[in-house]
Ligand binder design. Sequence first.
Ligand code: NDP
Length: 462
Amino acid sequence: MSSFDYDLFVIGGGSGGVRSARLAASMGKKVAIAEEYRFGGTCVIRGCVPKKLFVYASQFHEHFEDAAGFGWSVGESSFDWKKLIAAKDQEIARLEGLYRKGLTNAGAEQIESRAEIAGPNSVRIVKTGKIVTAERIIIAVGGEANYHKSLPGHELCISSNEAFHLEELPRKIVIAGGGYIAVEFANIFHGLGVETTLIYRGKEILSRFDQDVRRGLHQAMEAKGIRILCTDVIEEVSKSDTGALNVRTLNNGVLEADQVMLALGRDPYTKSLGLETAGVAVNARGAIIVDQYSRTNVPSIFALGDVTDRVQLTPVAIHEAMCFIETEYKNNPTSPDHDMIATAVFSQPEIGTVGMSEEEAAKAFAEIEIYKAEFRPMKATLSGRAEKMIMKLIVNAADRKVVGAHILGHDAGEMAQLLGITLKAGCTKDDFDRTMAVHPTAAEELVTMYSPSYRVRGGERV
Ligand code: NDP
């Protein structure tokens, strides 16, 4: 009989926390999971899931326009922001219910309160002040938006959290940042009819992606009418007498907007979590430092997901949770594998990517081959849309392995998932060449690019 109240106490009911609590409870462990806001975490409640619903909503005006080329006449159309929010909220509530049901069915106790570390084996339930003990503790509290508190007027700005609950759809929005959230929301707002400006400090948006898809997306967004200001930052946000926001920029004067959204990265949500009471070590960004088994420097305390700042993605947090269960409860030490993670940016057009960019591969290997196709997708021929699709494979010339695959265009995220399997399996370009095409698809380009577009040797294009 354990001397602890619980075998496992999980702080944070997001993707990583819920998965570890549910699996441990279903194995007969005595588990509690505390959540201060809503079960489901950032991904389900105010991240990936509602974002994707917004992406769908924002695409309809293009669908209506495209329809004409196929013989359809679409009548008057209009968009109701409040209806979208209500429908989205209903779906999120349903999903939250499913998360809770999964925990209940597995036998995990759900505690609706903030919880903080009170010692190596103890947790304080903030709502009641009660201290409970656990043999193992998992911290899976995720991250929070960077509110950029040094920016004068930051309190007038919103983050993605608020974007999901705006009372009114703004007429004009300025979005700061050039990462996933900034780019996705710029497309969402533009698609819903909002005059949208994106302002990014670097030379090209999406700094960690392949140069061709970055440039291709930038051009496509501008062609749609999204204003993109690179090498610029917001210096101050203030409110005018009319209630409009004035956004003073470094290089582009003053922009006017109804909303300013900051999407400047997310920080680990570790403030006031009581980590110092147990001596849990964090890095300079406040992220919990863990070993290859997600264990902190305190042997009874583990950390999963965004709070560890390894890779801030939902499937990664879930994978880390499953590795924790294998290691701690199935006697099968398993480290999370963070290599070759396929990912998508739900911009319009979408980006799907896995492995190294050309720039990374050029540094890592003596010689690489680049296979690149840029073409107009079939649907665009009748719709008349001027968009281009880009597909790119990066091959290490020495062993012919495909080390990177990058797509810009419709369904790029869906394709990236399957490419992820092939690259993870170590497939070579010859394997791609041997694969029969599926016709007519856009994806067939991936297996029909027989000759390299160019090579990069010693970092130089030849
Ligand atoms: P990102 O890290 O993707 O982007 C942050 C952006 O903010 C970068 O462009 C960065 O510039 C810029 N930035 C950071 N600090 C400053 C500053 N002080 N002044 C000006 N610009 C600044 O973070 P996001 O907030 O977009 O998203 C958070 C995380 O959530 C992502 O890392 C991603 O892992 C995850 N996510 C995943 C999604 C998906 O899978 N589709 C969707 C949404 C989020 P620079 O590049 O120059 O550093």
